[in-house]
Design a protein around this ligand. Structure first.
Ligand code: AMZ
Length: 268
């Protein structure tokens, strides 16, 4: 008997029906980002490798801290890996995965099936494909067939065009165009980042996020510029599945407890 057959009816209904939009917002996940470069926990400004702020020498301790403070999941990016096209900070990510009990999604430099496999074996809950989703769609198809829900695709756009390879190459493709093709391949989840907002504390691109959520039945996690509790409430109303928060939690004055409370109002 499969897990779904054993699940209570309510749960089955929730997982098989399209998400309710506008209102059913208490389930949005607030996901702290742990971006790793040179073994340290950093934030970049608009993804620019020359505009880095180091927040900790110890990404594993940082991950533990977010878990301790109640994060339901973590978003871990190997920034060197995204630029190099292969994992670079995989040792520290392996340590991090061993050190926390909450689900962790891992991104950056994941361009081959065996790399996906290794991260999943290390305990990653999901692996995220960015560049490969633009340039190697057969890989995305194979990954989704082999690992289904453990795969997600990052759609990272600047001024409405998707970028790859550490956000240093423009693809010319629109997020909608890319997502349409990938949804057909069976991608179970998208993570949309507005690069121009990322690390800026300027607020998310609500218009673009709203359009994508309405256009696709595939769940969308929003990223880039999320700074206040009000931003999180608005994202929840748009119907996103989760919101990744980076700089705001590190130096933008947003407490994780406040962020979690903003989207779990019925539970506080
Ligand atoms: O900040 C950056 N320059 C950056 C970044 N955060 N470049 C890539 N990334 C992230 C993407 C995605 O999660 O948002 O790396 C991942 C994609 O990596 P790859 O190697 O699959 O393109």
């Amino acid at each position: 008997m499969t897990k779904r057959e054993q699940a209570p009816l309510q749960q089955v209904l929730e997982t098989t029906q399209p998400r309710a939009r506008g209102g059913r917002d208490s389930s949005m996940e607030v996901i702290p980002a742990v971006d790793i470069r040179g073994g340290r926990c950093v934030r970049l400004y608009q993804g620019d490798y020359d505009r880095e702020t180091v927040f900790s020498e110890d990404p594993v301790a940082m991950a533990r801290r977010w878990e301790h403070l109640g994060a339901p999941r973590l978003h871990v990016v190997d920034l060197d890996g995204a630029r190099a096209g292969q994992p670079v900070n995989n040792r520290v990510i392996e340590e991090l995965l061993a050190a926390v009990g909450i689900p962790v999604q891992v991104a950056g430099g994941i361009r081959q099936l065996d790399v996906i496999n290794r991260y999943l074996e290390m305990g990653a809950d999901r692996v995220i494909l960015g560049t490969a989703a633009v340039h190697d769609q057969p890989l995305v198809g194979k990954a989704c067939a082999a690992f289904s829900e453990a795969v997600a695709v990052a759609v990272d756009a600047r001024r409405g065009r998707v970028e790859t390879a550490g956000w240093r190459e423009a693809s010319g493709e629109t997020p909608e165009g890319l997502m349409r093709r990938l949804a057909e391949l069976g991608v179970p989840r998208f993570i949309f980042t507005d690069i121009g907002r990322d690390g800026t504390l300027r607020g998310p691109n609500f218009a673009a996020i709203g359009r994508l959520v309405r256009a696709f039945r595939t769940p969308v996690i929003a990223s880039g510029g999320v700074t206040t509790a009000e931003h999180l409430r608005r994202l929840a109303k748009l119907g996103v599945e989760g919101a990744i928060v980076g700089r705001a939690l590190y130096d933008g004055g947003l407490e994780l407890a406040e962020a979690l409370a903003a989207v779990h109002q019925r539970e506080v």
